[in-house]
Design a protein around this ligand. Structure first.
Ligand SMILES: Nc1ncnc2c1ncn2[C@@H]1O[C@H](COP(=O)(O)OP(=O)(O)OP(=O)(O)O)[C@@H](O)[C@H]1O
Length: 621
C-alpha cells in the first residue's frame, strides 16, 4: 500500500528563504505624491517623500536551516519574528508575496512532489461541529488518498485515531454552538487539537508542521499533545516542526532541535542552544526554564546593537559547517495525485447533507416559517373569486408571496458565514477545489429552498384558490421556487463579498426594498418617475411579478360584481384578466419571458456567489 511506503523519514533543508510582501504604505505614499503633483506643490520635487517608505517589506531575510529526519524541532522567537511565516513557507501554504530560496528533501529539490511529504496543522481547530472524530478523519482520507481503496482508507483512519489517542472518542461529535443556536456537547480543547493533528497524519506524512499546537491548552494537556508528537518522531521517523511561543521546561526537553528566528532572520538552529548563547555572552542562570531564557535572550539581542553581528555570525557558521553535513538518500519524486472534481463533489455533498440533517434548527425554522406565513397569507386571502372585486386582492397575494420568498433567505446568512472559516482552512490545505465545494453546498441549499418555497407558495395558492388548474399551479410553483433561489444566491453573494452578517443584512435589505418598490405593484411601471423608472428593467422581482401575473390573469374571464356606495353603483373596472395586465403596464410581456429572465438572474447570482467565494474569500495569512 502506498501509505506504508511513503513515510520513510526525511531530512528537510531550507536555503536562503526570503519572503517579501508589498508595502501598503508605499502605495499610499505614491498616491499622496500624485495628488501633490496635481496641486503643483513645491515639495513634489523632493524625492525624500517617496524614499522614506520601502516598496516591499522583507518579512524573512535569507533564512536557512536543516532539520534531520525523525527530529522534533521547535521553531521559537518573539512575537512577530516570523515563525508562522516560515512555517507556512516550509509547508508550501503561502499564496501571497514573493518567496525566494530552496526547499530540499534529503538534499534535493523535488518540486511538486514536496507536497506529498508534508502536512500542516493550523493553530485553530477549525472542524465541522456536527461530524464525529471518525467522520472528520475519514473525510481527509477520502480526499487525500486518491489511490487507496475504501478498505485501506478505513484501516488508515482507525490507525490515525489510535495514534492520536482518541479511540475512546471515535464516534463523538466535535460539538460547539451551531449556527442555529443549538449547542452540541462534544470534545474538549485537547481532544479537538488531537483531531486536527489526526487530519494531518492521514497521509502518513514524513514532515509535519504545527503552528502553536499547545496554545490555549492547559499545561498537562499541552505536555500530553507534545508527547504524542514525540512518539510520531520516535516510532515512525516523522520529522515534526512546531512553532511554539513559550514552552514549559518539560516540553522544551522533548525537542531534539531548536531554531530561533528574530526579526525575520535565523539566529540559531541546533541542539545546544544554551551552550551557544553562553558562547556569545549570555549565560543561563540556574533554575531558569531554558525556553524562557532563550526567548528573553532573543528579545535582548533584537533590541541590542549586536543583532546584525549575531545574525551574520550565525550565517557564516551555517555556510561553513552545517551545509556540508547534509546528505541523505534521494526520495521518490512522483507528483501527488489529486482526487477528481466529481469525487470531491460527492464527498463534500455527503458531508453537507449530514451537516444539515444534524443541525436541523435552521432547516426546521425556515420550513416552520414557510408553513406559518403560508397559512397566514392563505387565511387573509382565503377563497378568492375570479371576479373584478377580488382581482386586486389576487394581485396582492402574488406580491406578498414573492416579497416573502425574497426575504426568507436572510435566515441563512449565519449558515453561509459560519462555513467560511472551515472552507478557508480546508482550501488552504488544498484538499479540494472551491468549485465542487460550492456545488455541494448549493445542492443542499437548493433542496432546502425548494421545500421552503413550495410549502409556502402552495399553501397560500391553494387556500386563496388562485387560478384553479394544475398546469397554472405547477408553472406558478416553478416561478416561486426561482424567486427564492435567486434571492438566496444574492444573499450568498453578499455574504461571500462582505464576510459579515450585519453588512450582508444591510445591503440585502436595501436590495430587497428597491426590488419591491420597482416591481410594478405599488406603482405601475408606466407611472414610475422617468429618472428611476428604468430600474424595473434590471429588477428580477419585476420579472417574477410579470410572469406570475400572466399565469394568473392572461385570458382569464372575470365575473362582474357591481358595488354600490350609497345610491351610486360603481361599474366594473375589469371584465377580464388582460385588462388587469394592461392596467399594470405588463400586457406586452409574457409569462415565459418573465420566467426566462428570472432564471437568467438566478444563474447570474449563482455565478457571482461562486466568484466571490473563490476570489474574495481567503484565509488572511
Ligand atoms: N502579508 C503580510 N503583509 C504585511 N506584513 C506581514 C505579512 N505577513 C506577515 N507580516 C508581518 O511579519 C511579521 C511576522 O509575522 P508572523 O505571523 O510570521 O510572526 P510570528 O512570529 O508567528 O508571530 P506570533 O508569535 O505573534 O504569531 C509580523 O510583523 C507580521 O505583521
Amino acid at each position: 500500500m502506498e501509505l506504508e511506503n511513503l513515510n520513510k523519514g526525511v531530512q528537510l533543508t531550507f536555503e536562503n528563504i526570503t519572503y517579501k510582501v508589498e508595502n501598503k504604505k508605499y502605495k499610499k505614499q505614491l498616491k499622496k505624491q500624485a495628488s501633490l503633483e496635481k496641486k503643483n506643490l513645491e515639495n513634489v520635487t523632493n524625492p525624500s517623500i517617496i524614499e522614506k517608505v520601502e516598496k516591499e517589506l522583507t518579512i524573512l531575510n535569507n533564512v536557512s536551516g536543516v532539520i534531520e529526519k525523525g527530529e522534533l524541532c521547535a521553531l521559537m522567537g518573539p512575537s512577530g519574528s516570523g515563525k508562522s511565516t516560515l512555517l507556512d513557507i516550509l509547508a508550501e501554504r503561502k499564496s501571497t508575496g514573493k518567496i525566494t530560496g530552496k526547499l530540499l528533501i534529503n538534499g534535493k529539490e523535488i518540486g511538486a512532489a514536496y507536497k506529498k511529504y508534508c502536512s500542516y496543522v493550523t493553530q485553530e481547530d477549525i472542524l465541522l461541529q456536527t461530524s464525529t472524530v471518525y467522520e472528520i478523519i475519514k473525510f481527509y482520507a477520502d480526499l487525500r488518498l486518491p489511490c487507496a481503496s475504501e478498505q485501506e482508507k478505513v484501516k488508515r483512519v482507525e490507525q490515525v485515531i489510535d495514534e492520536v489517542g482518541l479511540s475512546h472518542r471515535r464516534d463523538s461529535k466535535v460539538g460547539g454552538v451551531l449556527p442555529g443556536g443549538i449547542v452540541i456537547k462534544g470534545l474538549s480543547g485537547g481532544e479537538k487539537r488531537r483531531v486536527s493533528i489526526g487530519c494531518g497524519l492521514v497521509t502518513n506524512p514524513s514532515l509535519i508542521f504545527l503552528d502553536e499546537p499547545t496554545s490555549g491548552l492547559d499545561s498537562v494537556t499541552a505536555l500530553s499533545i507534545m508527547k504524542t508528537l514525540q512518539d510520531l518522531t520516535k516510532n515512525k521517523g516523522c520529522t515534526v516542526v512546531v512553532a511554539i511561543h513559550q514552552p514549559r521546561s518539560e516540553i522544551f526537553e522533548l525537542f531534539n532541535r531548536v531554531m530561533v528566528i528574530l526579526k525575520g532572520k535565523m539566529i540559531y538552529n541546533g541542539n545546544k542552544i544554551i551552550e551557544y548563547f553562553d558562547q556569545i555572552g549570555y549565560k543561563c542562570p540556574n533554575n531558569v526554564n531554558p525556553a524562557d531564557f532563550s526567548l528573553d535572550v532573543s528579545v535582548e539581542i533584537g533590541e541590542s546593537d549586536k543583532y546584525e553581528e549575531i545574525c551574520t555570525q550565525w550565517q557564516h557558521t551555517w555556510e561553513n559547517q552545517l551545509m556540508n553535513e547534509i546528505m541523505q538518500p534521494p526520495v521518490d519524486i512522483e507528483k501527488p495525485k489529486a482526487t477528481p472534481f466529481i469525487y470531491q463533489y460527492f464527498i463534500l455533498l455527503k458531508r453537507a447533507w449530514m451537516d444539515i440533517l444534524r443541525n436541523q434548527g435552521n432547516f426546521i425554522s425556515r420550513v416552520g416559517t414557510a408553513i406559518l406565513t403560508g397559512l397566514l397569507f392563505g387565511a387573509c386571502f382565503a377563497n378568492l373569486k375570479e371576479n373584478n372585486k377580488d382581482a386586486q386582492k389576487i394581485v396582492g397575494v402574488i406580491f406578498f408571496l414573492i416579497t416573502g420568498l425574497c426575504l426568507t433567505p436572510y435566515a441563512a446568512i449565519s449558515l453561509f458565514l459560519s462555513q467560511r472559516s472551515l472552507f478557508n482552512a480546508e482550501r488552504a490545505s488544498k484538499i479540494y477545489h472551491s468549485f465542487p465545494y460550492y456545488l455541494a453546498t448549493v445542492t443542499v441549499e437548493a433542496f432546502v429552498v425548494f421545500f421552503v418555497a413550495i410549502i409556502n407558495a402552495a399553501i397560500c395558492y391553494l387556500l386563496a384558490r388562485l387560478r384553479w388548474e394544475a398546469s397554472y399551479f405547477f408553472y406558478a410553483m416553478m416561478v416561486y421556487y426561482f424567486v427564492q433561489l435567486f434571492s438566496d444566491f444574492l444573499i450568498c453573494t453578499l455574504a461571500n463579498i462582505t464576510g459579515a452578517s450585519d453588512i450582508t443584512f444591510a445591503y440585502g435589505s436595501g436590495f430587497c426594498a428597491i426590488f419591491m418598490l420597482f416591481c410594478g405593484f405599488f406603482v405601475p411601471v408606466q407611472e414610475l418617475p422617468s429618472a428611476f423608472g428604468w430600474l424595473h428593467y434590471i429588477n428580477p422581482l419585476f420579472y417574477s411579478f410579470i410572469s406570475l401575473m400572466h399565469v394568473q390573469f392572461e385570458d382569464l374571464d372575470l365575473a362582474c360584481v357591481e358595488e354600490t356606495v350609497g345610491n351610486i353603483t360603481i361599474p366594473c373596472q375589469f371584465n377580464n384578466g388582460n385588462q388587469i395586465l394592461e392596467y399594470y403596464g405588463i400586457d406586452s410581456w409574457s409569462r415565459d419571458f418573465g420566467f426566462g429572465i428570472v432564471v437568467l438572474w438566478t444563474a447570474f447570482f449563482f455565478t457571482t456567489s461562486y466568484l466571490a467565494l473563490h476570489y474574495l474569500n481567503r484565509e488572511k495569512r
